[in-house]
Design a binder for this molecule. Structure first.
Ligand code: 5SP
Ligand code: FE2
Length: 237
């Protein structure tokens, strides 16, 4: 299994976003994770489509937009237009989850729901076959730099089984992404539980804040995660 690392720009230097995007890609980022917070669905307030559009020319990897906004649908076309390659949203913030998924996909953008720590996996029941990804929050959404909630590991494993079954049924690829508190010292357990895409903000945008620092952080997380994925592949299903 391959592992994707998605640095979250929430911990980047917002005064130098273009440089930060280029540097983190030069350091090995597979995706750019772009956290949108509206001070309504979550307490924090971050950035909108204009900033997504501004970083797009610097982003030679897909932009992974995580919408923490309510309502969702009106913003979807704006982010698609601004260059989002992936849009994820919280089911609690959408009146019609199936409609939101269809809207995102109709714009040629990959779609998936984001499950908060207390959101049951049952929200996937009737939509999983249409998804491009499932994003599991391992902190409560709204801020970077929080601690990983250890009790989420069994939830990741249960989600892995659901995603594998859906991929087998449909022949589609569905990513299982984890977001919140991902560090070098828990990446192995997270990947062993079944995540294939790891968002990391404060663990990547650190140190001297240059390509070398980002490269060190990304490769350490990736190497731990690859060990975890290899161990999972050896375990009986
Ligand atoms: O969506 C969110 C927070 O709501 C995340 O994407 C964070 O930005 C990740 O930051 P770290 O926990 O890795 O510092
Ligand atoms: Fe996020």
């Amino acid at each position: 299994m391959s592992i994707r690392i998605a640095p979250s720009l929430l911990s980047a230097d917002f005064a130098r976003l273009g440089d930060e995007v280029r540097n983190v890609i030069a350091a090995g980022a597979d995706l750019i994770h772009f956290d949108v917070m509206d001070n309504h669905y979550v307490p924090n307030l971050t950035v909108g489509p204009l900033v997504c559009q501004a970083i797009k020319p610097h982003a030679t990897v897909p932009i992974d937009v995580h919408l923490m906004v309510k309502p969702v649908d009106a913003l979807v076309p704006m982010f698609a237009q601004a260059g989002a390659d992936i849009i994820s949203f919280h089911p609690e913030a959408s009146e019609h989850v199936d409609r939101t998924i269809q809207l995102i996909r109709s714009l040629g953008v990959k779609a998936g729901p984001v499950l908060n720590p207390a959101t049951p996996l049952a929200v996937l029941d009737h939509v999983i076959d249409q998804l491009d990804l499932v994003l599991l929050m391992t902190v409560n959404p709204g801020f970077g730099g929080q601690s990983f909630i250890q009790g989420m590991l069994p939830k990741i494993a249960r989600a892995r089984a659901l995603v594998d079954a859906a991929m087998q049924r449909t022949g589609r690829t569905i990513w299982l992404e984890v977001d919140g508190g991902v560090k070098r010292d828990n990446a192995r357990a997270i990947a062993e539980a079944g995540a294939d895409t790891l968002v990391a903000g404060s663990a990547v945008f650190t140190g001297a804040r240059d390509v070398a620092a980002y490269q060190g952080a990304i490769s350490a997380i990736r190497s731990e995660a690859l060990h975890g994925a290899a161990r999972a592949a050896l375990e009986p299903a």
